[in-house]
Design a protein. Structure first.
Length: 136
Protein backbone atom coordinates (compact mmCIF):
# COMPACT_ATOMS: atom_id res chain seq x y z
CA UNK A 1 0.00 0.00 0.00
CA UNK A 2 1.34 3.40 -0.90
CA UNK A 3 1.43 5.78 2.06
CA UNK A 4 1.61 8.71 -0.33
CA UNK A 5 -1.73 7.92 -1.94
CA UNK A 6 -3.53 10.57 0.16
CA UNK A 7 -0.99 13.13 -1.03
CA UNK A 8 -1.53 12.12 -4.65
CA UNK A 9 -5.28 12.40 -4.17
CA UNK A 10 -4.85 15.82 -2.61
CA UNK A 11 -2.90 17.04 -5.62
CA UNK A 12 -5.50 15.61 -8.00
CA UNK A 13 -8.53 16.83 -6.03
CA UNK A 14 -8.01 20.31 -4.68
CA UNK A 15 -10.74 20.07 -2.03
CA UNK A 16 -8.55 17.99 0.34
CA UNK A 17 -7.12 20.02 3.17
CA UNK A 18 -3.75 19.36 4.83
CA UNK A 19 -5.70 18.03 7.83
CA UNK A 20 -7.37 15.44 5.53
CA UNK A 21 -3.99 14.36 4.21
CA UNK A 22 -2.64 13.82 7.73
CA UNK A 23 -5.73 11.85 8.78
CA UNK A 24 -5.63 9.62 5.69
CA UNK A 25 -1.88 9.01 6.06
CA UNK A 26 -2.20 8.07 9.74
CA UNK A 27 -5.13 5.78 8.94
CA UNK A 28 -3.18 4.03 6.17
CA UNK A 29 -0.16 3.58 8.46
CA UNK A 30 -2.42 2.18 11.21
CA UNK A 31 -3.89 -0.46 8.90
CA UNK A 32 -0.46 -1.51 7.64
CA UNK A 33 0.85 -1.91 11.20
CA UNK A 34 -2.36 -3.74 12.18
CA UNK A 35 -1.96 -6.20 9.28
CA UNK A 36 1.68 -6.96 10.13
CA UNK A 37 0.90 -7.37 13.83
CA UNK A 38 -1.90 -9.87 13.29
CA UNK A 39 0.04 -11.80 10.66
CA UNK A 40 2.87 -12.19 13.16
CA UNK A 41 0.42 -13.08 15.96
CA UNK A 42 -1.31 -15.78 13.90
CA UNK A 43 2.07 -17.27 12.97
CA UNK A 44 2.94 -17.45 16.66
CA UNK A 45 -0.38 -19.14 17.41
CA UNK A 46 0.35 -21.78 14.77
CA UNK A 47 3.75 -22.47 16.31
CA UNK A 48 2.11 -22.87 19.72
CA UNK A 49 -0.40 -25.33 18.29
CA UNK A 50 2.33 -27.43 16.68
CA UNK A 51 4.33 -27.39 19.90
CA UNK A 52 1.25 -28.42 21.94
CA UNK A 53 0.63 -31.38 19.60
CA UNK A 54 4.25 -32.49 19.72
CA UNK A 55 4.30 -32.30 23.52
CA UNK A 56 1.12 -34.37 23.76
CA UNK A 57 2.51 -37.08 21.47
CA UNK A 58 5.82 -37.10 23.40
CA UNK A 59 3.93 -37.46 26.71
CA UNK A 60 1.89 -40.41 25.36
CA UNK A 61 4.31 -42.90 23.76
CA UNK A 62 1.65 -45.64 23.87
CA UNK A 63 -0.41 -43.97 21.11
CA UNK A 64 -0.92 -45.94 17.94
CA UNK A 65 0.92 -44.72 14.85
CA UNK A 66 -2.40 -43.78 13.24
CA UNK A 67 -3.46 -41.52 16.13
CA UNK A 68 0.03 -40.08 16.59
CA UNK A 69 0.22 -39.05 12.91
CA UNK A 70 -3.30 -37.61 12.98
CA UNK A 71 -2.56 -35.50 16.06
CA UNK A 72 0.70 -34.18 14.62
CA UNK A 73 -1.08 -33.24 11.37
CA UNK A 74 -4.11 -31.77 13.16
CA UNK A 75 -6.59 -34.13 11.49
CA UNK A 76 -9.39 -36.29 12.84
CA UNK A 77 -10.01 -40.03 12.73
CA UNK A 78 -13.31 -41.65 13.62
CA UNK A 79 -12.95 -43.48 16.92
CA UNK A 80 -10.84 -40.83 18.67
CA UNK A 81 -11.85 -40.15 22.24
CA UNK A 82 -12.42 -36.61 23.52
CA UNK A 83 -8.86 -36.27 24.81
CA UNK A 84 -7.37 -37.19 21.43
CA UNK A 85 -9.81 -34.88 19.68
CA UNK A 86 -8.72 -31.93 21.82
CA UNK A 87 -5.05 -32.88 21.36
CA UNK A 88 -5.47 -32.87 17.59
CA UNK A 89 -7.55 -29.77 16.85
CA UNK A 90 -8.06 -28.11 20.23
CA UNK A 91 -11.15 -27.15 22.17
CA UNK A 92 -14.32 -26.31 20.23
CA UNK A 93 -15.77 -22.85 19.95
CA UNK A 94 -19.06 -24.27 21.22
CA UNK A 95 -20.85 -27.56 21.74
CA UNK A 96 -24.43 -28.64 21.15
CA UNK A 97 -25.91 -31.44 23.20
CA UNK A 98 -28.10 -33.69 21.07
CA UNK A 99 -29.27 -36.18 23.72
CA UNK A 100 -29.21 -36.35 27.49
CA UNK A 101 -27.46 -38.62 29.98
CA UNK A 102 -26.79 -41.55 30.30
CA UNK A 103 -26.30 -41.68 26.51
CA UNK A 104 -24.70 -38.38 25.58
CA UNK A 105 -24.25 -37.18 22.01
CA UNK A 106 -22.72 -33.83 21.22
CA UNK A 107 -21.65 -31.77 18.25
CA UNK A 108 -18.37 -29.94 18.74
CA UNK A 109 -18.29 -26.87 16.54
CA UNK A 110 -14.98 -25.23 15.64
CA UNK A 111 -14.22 -21.78 14.23
CA UNK A 112 -12.88 -23.20 10.97
CA UNK A 113 -16.18 -24.92 10.12
CA UNK A 114 -15.41 -28.40 11.47
CA UNK A 115 -18.36 -30.18 13.04
CA UNK A 116 -17.29 -33.19 15.14
CA UNK A 117 -20.07 -35.59 16.21
CA UNK A 118 -19.13 -37.16 19.56
CA UNK A 119 -21.25 -40.02 20.91
CA UNK A 120 -20.52 -41.24 24.45
CA UNK A 121 -17.07 -39.63 24.37
CA UNK A 122 -16.00 -41.12 21.02
CA UNK A 123 -15.79 -39.31 17.68
CA UNK A 124 -18.32 -40.97 15.34
CA UNK A 125 -18.01 -38.71 12.31
CA UNK A 126 -16.94 -35.22 11.33
CA UNK A 127 -17.39 -32.89 8.42
CA UNK A 128 -16.40 -29.46 7.25
CA UNK A 129 -19.10 -26.97 6.37
CA UNK A 130 -17.67 -25.20 3.34
CA UNK A 131 -20.05 -22.29 3.53
CA UNK A 132 -18.83 -21.47 7.02
CA UNK A 133 -17.07 -18.10 7.20
CA UNK A 134 -15.26 -16.87 10.28
CA UNK A 135 -13.80 -13.43 10.77
CA UNK A 136 -12.30 -14.16 14.17
Amino acid sequence: MNLYLPLALAVEFKEFTPKDIVIYTITAAFFIIFAFYYKKKSHGDNLGTVRRREEYVAAHPDLSTEYRDAILKGTLINGMNEELLVASIGHPKRTQILTVDPVRSEVWIYRNGIYAYVHQGVLQKWKIHHKFISFS
